[in-house]
Design a protein around this ligand. Structure first.
Ligand SMILES: N[C@@H](CCC[C@H](N)C(=O)O)C(=O)O
Length: 263
């Protein structure tokens, strides 16, 4: 059987997209999804996303996300932004979307090639000196440090992700962060489920922006994040202590190619 696929990228975080409204792909086929994401034996991507018919009345579509290891995982911010661009390409939406992902409902808007995605509210941030931990739809361990450009992110990220604190708790993504000019941070991320550094992570930079604000490293409510694959911005409203709402992740999302693959 041949499957029609589309390849998208958002600041270098890349995804295979499949229009699964006709249920052409069986969700639990971990081996197949892993092969489709393989950069040598398949299409190559950090993850695979299915656009499905909505379960929720009023939604435009449903998002189902898998990491490149073939397993369904928690929310993917860049993937969500790319899926909105894909939904627009398919004619499912125009410039606004409402959809549900594993972490709940999301709104999104498209303007001038940029997709803005509303993320879930954050109500808890754990802070320990230069380290923070929070969940923005996916779990993120954040280390504020220096010389981020020279770090061995794969090795250092894996050491934290597989440490006793996380290994029995489902793991975590790990972000290494360095303050730049005002309200701007350089971020490199090790992603769980890819088990490597990716060029960008949307839930990761969202977590970084909020942690930077919550720990007094920025006072801005719009934060610029420089990642290896480009730039993203995160805006939010601060409620009470460690409560952040109306969180929006914004950046580019584009289709890079399409094709058919034998499955
Ligand atoms: N690249 C993503 C994060 C995807 C999920 C992550 N790998 C996990 O399993 O927690 C993003 O843009 O948010």
């Amino acid at each position: 059987m041949k499957i029609q696929f589309y390849k998208y990228q958002g600041t270098g975080n890349d995804f295979v997209m499949i229009d699964n409204r006709q249920k052409i792909l069986f969700k639990k086929d971990t081996k197949l999804i892993k092969r489709l994401c393989d950069r040598k034996f398949g299409i190559g991507a950090d993850g695979l996303i299915l656009l499905e018919n909505p379960d929720v009345k009023g939604d435009d579509f449903k998002m189902v996300y898998f990491n490149s290891d073939g397993n369904e995982s928690s929310m993917c911010g860049n993937g969500g932004r790319c899926l909105v661009a894909f939904a627009r390409f398919l004619g499912v939406i125009e410039n606004e979307a409402v959809f549900t992902a594993i972490d709940g409902p999301h709104k999104a808007t498209v303007k001038d090639g940029e997709v803005s995605l509303q993320m879930q509210n954050v109500n808890e941030i754990r802070k320990f000196g230069n380290v923070s931990f929070l969940d923005t739809g996916s779990p993120h361990h954040i280390v504020f440090t220096k010389n981020v450009k020279d770090l061995k992110v794969k090795e250092e990220g894996a050491a934290i992700r597989y440490s006793d604190v996380y290994v029995t708790n489902g793991g975590t993504n790990v972000n290494f962060v360095e303050a730049q000019e005002k309200d701007t941070f350089l971020v490199r991320t090790y992603e769980r489920g890819v088990e490597d550094e990716t060029l960008s992570c949307g839930t990761g930079v969202t977590a970084v922006a909020i942690a930077a604000n919550a720990t007094g490293r920025t006072t801005g409510s719009t934060v610029k994040l420089i990642v290896s694959g480009g730039e993203l911005s995160v805006s939010f409203e601060k409620g009470g202590d460690d409560n952040y709402e109306n969180i929006w992740l914004t950046g580019p999302a584009e289709q890079v190619f399409k094709g058919q693959i034998e499955c």
